[in-house]
Design a protein around this ligand. Structure first.
Ligand code: HEM
Length: 466
């Protein structure tokens, strides 16, 4: 009997402590004019629910509190906006105090001069410099032949093999960027060592900022240090030699007369930003495009037809040029539909630099705003039968530029690598679908949140078209 009483008392006490902690956290963040919502546990907030339940957590909170609600996720008090109109306003009005609000771990590891850490005129300057390296004119003249050569080589010898397409697209996305930045012929050992350090850096950017050995944050920092060390060594060698290299690093180093004359620190952070931003986005979209066209034979047939028609007007070894790329309208539609349906990017983070009013609510200074764009991708008014893979809907070009299409962000932070990313995926698809047919083996699972990922890989058996 006494034992039972102790259990009951223990449970009651536990319940009271939990209730008190939750209440305390609510009171701590109580301000006049804030949107409704819950703040969860001290320190952890609702991060666990958010990461575990993902989109359904968001939908449940929306049912309870509306399109704009408060929460506490990823270590910060946060306003979550699922309101398309407001999301657009936020993306278009950085100048009114709505600057990027990425986690501290990301800013620490990507560097103080990375594009997400800077605002105003510095942002304009860094962005301009980046566009001078990856913008459409450069893609057309310099990058396309390199991407073509890389993909052609990458896709050799896949015949009669079972491959993990997740692993392949991951390597492809990384190395195609790295080779554009630093072209070192016959130095694949450097590339591999660099990638392994860079992968540590990537994991560190999405971790709790606790810098003690054993944590991802610590490993991320070590990764950054190694990456910087390797890049500095290459820069030193370049400066000591008169050889000209046809790559982005040479452009950055021999840039004294251009309007973008970056310091070494800015060059290093710029290289890391280019590698980081075009990595998982491009690899995941490529993998999911392969997955979707595999599951939709009619789309695959139309994709193949488009690429076979291009091949027919060219000699076998002739590379894809700008006009070929521009003629790939169905391929572009496949990429947009993949990006929409898989929701490679769930949203973007902003932070208020001053107290402000949004939709009649008062948002305190320093709060994060999660511009959650995922639900817009499944809006049946914008995309009839939203859960169906239907690339044909994107052949109507106005869809790409409609007001609520945020697949590549918007406003002054619209993805500067959009065209380059699409070009890389298009050329990858070109060589893949014209050379090979494939079937999935193993029925691998794909997780959709918080990142699109096949935890055990996505295995396909590949055979060459005869
Ligand atoms: C399918 C591929 C890609 C997708 C879906 C994508 C998506 C996005 C999105 C949604 C943003 C907005 C972030 C924000 O507002 O905070 C963004 C920004 C950015 N993207 Fe991409 N991206 C892709 C490929 C690339 C590539 C290949 C590069 C570089 C070579 C790149 C470089 C960047 C950079 C530097 C920014 C920050 C721009 C700024 O702050 O001004 N992206 N991207």
């Amino acid at each position: 009997m006494a034992g039972l009483m102790m259990v009951i008392c223990g449970l009651a006490l536990g319940f009271c402590i939990c209730f008190a902690l939750l209440k305390w956290n609510e009171i701590r963040y109580r301000r006049k004019g804030l949107p409704l919502g819950t703040m969860g546990w001290p320190v952890f907030g609702e991060t666990t629910e958010f990461l575990k339940q993902g989109p359904s957590f968001m939908k449940n909170q929306r049912v309870r509190y509306g399109n704009l609600f408060k929460s506490h996720i990823l270590g910060c008090p946060t306003i979550i906006s699922m309101d398309p109109e407001l999301n657009r306003y936020i993306l278009l009005n950085e100048g009114k105090g709505l600057v990027p609000g990425y986690p501290q771990s990301m800013l620490d590891i990507l560097g103080t001069r990375n594009i997400a850490a800077v605002h105003g005129s510095t942002h304009k300057y860094i962005r301009g410099s980046m566009l001078s390296l990856i913008g459409p004119a450069i893609i057309k003249e310099q990058l396309l032949p390199k991407i073509d050569k890389f993909m052609r080589m990458q896709l050799e010898n896949w015949d009669s093999k079972t491959i993990d397409i997740q692993e392949k697209t991951n390597e492809m996305a990384f190395f195609v960027s790295f080779k554009q930045i630093v072209e070192i012929e016959s130095a694949s050992s450097i590339y591999k060592a660099f990638k392994s350090e860079f992968d540590k850096l990537v994991i560190g950017t999405l971790s709790l900022p606790i810098n003690i050995p054993g944590t991802n944050y610590h490993r991320g920092f070590q990764g950054r240090k190694s990456v910087i060390r390797m890049l500095k060594k290459i820069i030193e060698e370049r400066r000591a030699s008169s050889l000209i290299h046809n790559d982005m690093l040479d452009n950055l180093l021999r840039n004294e007369d251009s309007k973008y004359n970056l310091s070494d620190e800015e060059i290093l952070d710029l290289i890391i930003t280019i590698l980081y931003s075009g990595y998982e986005t491009v690899s995941t979209t490529s993998m999911m495009a392969i997955k979707y066209v595999h599951d939709h034979p009619r789309a695959l047939q139309e994709l193949r037809d488009e690429h076979l028609a291009i091949r027919e007007r060219k000699k076998p070894e002739e590379p894809i040029d700008w006009n070929d790329y521009k003629s790939m309208s169905f391929t572009r539609a496949v990429i947009f539909e993949t990006s929409r349906l898989a929701t490679v990017i769930n949203g973007v983070l902003r932070k208020t630099t001053e107290e402000m009013e949004l939709k009649g609510f008062v948002i305190p200074e320093g709060w994060k705003i999660y511009v959650y764009t995922r639900e817009i991708n499944y809006d049946p008014f914008l995309y009839p039968e939203p859960l169906t893979f239907n690339p044909w809907r994107w052949l109507d070009k106005s869809l790409e530029s409609h007001n609520y299409c945020f697949l590549f962000g918007g406003g002054s932070r619209l993805c500067p690598g959009k065209e380059l990313g699409i070009a890389k995926i298009s050329i990858f698809l070109h060589y893949f679908v014209t050379k090979y047919r494939w079937e999935e083996v193993g029925g691998d699972k794909i997780l959709k949140f918080p990142r699109v990922k096949a935890p055990n890989g996505l295995h396909i058996r590949v055979s060459k078209y005869s």
